[in-house]
Design a protein around this ligand. Sequence first.
Ligand code: ADP
Ligand code: ZN
Ligand code: ZN
Length: 733
Amino acid sequence: MPPTVLRVALPLPHPGLFDYLPQSPSDLLDAVGARVSVPFRSRELVGVVVEVGAAESAPDRLRTIVQRIDAAPLLTGELFDSLRRAARYYHAPLGELLATALPALLRAGEPLPSTQAFTWQLTEQGRTERDRLRAGGRPRQLADCLLAGAVSEPMLADHMPEWRSAARALLSRGLVERIESRARAGATSPQRGPRLHDEQQRAADAIVHALGSFQPFLLDGVTGSGKTEVYLSAIQACLQRGQQALVLVPEIGLTPQMLRRFRERLSVGVDGVEVHSLHSGLGDGARAKVWASMLRGEARVLVGTRSAVFCPLPQAGLIVVDEEHDGSFKQQDGVRYSARDLALLRGQALGVPVVLGSATPALESLAAVAANRYQHLRLTHRAGGAVAPAVRVVDVRRQALQSGLSTELLAAIGNCLARGEQALIFRNRRGYAPVLLCHDCGYSAQCAHCDAPMTVHARGRRLICHHCGSQTYTPKACPDCGSLALQPQGVGTERLEEALASAFPNVPCIRVDRETTRRRDALDGMLQQLGSGPGILVGTQMLAKGHDLPGLSLVGVVGVDEGLHSADFRAGERLAQLLIQVSGRAGRATRPGTVVLQTHHPQHPLLLTLVGGGYAAFAAVELAEREAASFPPYAHLALLRAEAIDEVPLREFLQAARDAATACLRAAGVELNGPLPAPMLRRAGRIRWQLLLSASRRPALHALLNEWLPQIYALKSAKKVRWSLDVDPLDLY
Ligand code: ADP
Ligand code: ZN
Ligand code: ZN
């Protein structure tokens, strides 16, 4: 009789499970979902037991686990089921998916952390001696923060990323104390929110009515229409039922301002609940702790980015995905999952409503509404009486531009500032200029490792590749002809900032892009610098959402034309979303807003439709085109990507993969395209090729992938390349 073994999923690029003998027979009891550490080659790995059963390999080849880590299974019920379903959907090894899903500490085999909650407060001595702390220093900042009363550790972490060292310093001097606070759970009563207007109320009622069963909603509401108020109202109803709520937000949507708003509404009063957050700025310890308190049902509300979709929800009531169209919900390496789609998968498994909210829904979501798979909730006007901004398209052909700015836009900015208001100038290119060009011979600086131009930075002194990060100093003379006539071509945010600061020297001009906001809370500080008086914000799509900017009345959009000519079939959708989102920033409160859109293509159909009919009109046209061309959402894609130093093994691998797929094409209805070079052939020194699979019916695609993937793993040529499978790819490169 074969021995009974533990079948373990390990974090390896290998599709199967691995058999191990238990240390003792008790290791086999209630083992599914428990972590074990096991020997693998010469290493020790942490894996999760997926099955207990009779060994399939010869007993003399079996090894024994090092240790069973969890006495009781860590992964159970819906969460473990959903993770297994997700691995099947993305055709990813379960062990790799689990490694993606679990917080780093748990993945490393650490015990589930304690979820004792602590708050900090000033002591009597601290109150009297606070004044003597050096102004501007961290300890002083912390003491000031505690002046109004005790503050919980997660809240401190949100306000001051480095609060712990300051707290230790104050603790050692007896100025603060740390006290355990009982986790506050239970009902909350609605507080202080504005009265919902009719459309909001109808939307909230529909969601509340659906509590207790699976129902996807698309909350389709223009910017400022009060979607967040609808979420808050539904979350309060969910909390009153004693259930947990999960809110997913895009990476740049999770700002301290947003969390404050949730806390002001949900954490007030004796029966308020703590609003937990999960994002990349948190340390490993804090992440594991949030996960554990969700698992124990202590945390009731979690607001988090992409990976929060993997949190345990034992008492789930509601899942919200805010800005559901946002690209940051898609993981772009490792297991390439979509948090939005997994939110739906989990909502279904949990039997809870899932609310997808956006002012510019993904075309996938609009198609699901048309197919009656999602219930459509619409908010058609702005809350609080604000009107939609007026859009002016400025034709810049044959116009002299000043660092990319037209006379008309400059005049509009001047008027806006003169009224004491604020302007936002949007340009989706960071750096000084996109290209360095030799005016004498036409040379342009290219990255040595990628098929892409270097971007000019630091006012022209540096060249940086935005694809691989390589950097050089700008050459003094042209490497090809020796001419000194090297000139930055075009404008990026840095050059715009320079131009605007010199044109309007008397107001603050603040640049917001990835370089100026490396720290998570930097944006908050920068907007405080802007204040409420006249001023200019210039930046990339980081400015397209998040903060409420009541003084903002003008939005200028510069250089969107690249987006009109991209080969990517999603480029139009992305551009439309960006234009609508950034326009939505203008005139939120009492003042009407204006949007000035500069373009060389004022007659482009996308712009005409968007300006004339808004996002809905654009979406209708775009959906019809996608249908005619058999692109998503009317087709389902999977992309097999491969990269290597040389081209030969790549073509060999993809050709073999193609042959294998053709052999399984008895599962007809899947079209193969390729092997083809990626649109950007070389990146970071590697050549990239790909094979695209497309099917009009999802089951046909998945049937093929099921049969095909084991064969790909078995291909000899697969060992010589780096390959990955992307199910529902966002980008085709
Ligand atoms: P969205 O999430 O759709 O962009 P928000 O929920 O942030 O919109 O609301 C936009 C602004 O309108 C906020 O300042 C909010 O406080 C305000 N607001 C929302 N709903 C109402 C309402 N029913 N009455 C008055 N003001 C509201
Ligand atoms: Zn030259
Ligand atoms: Zn590069």
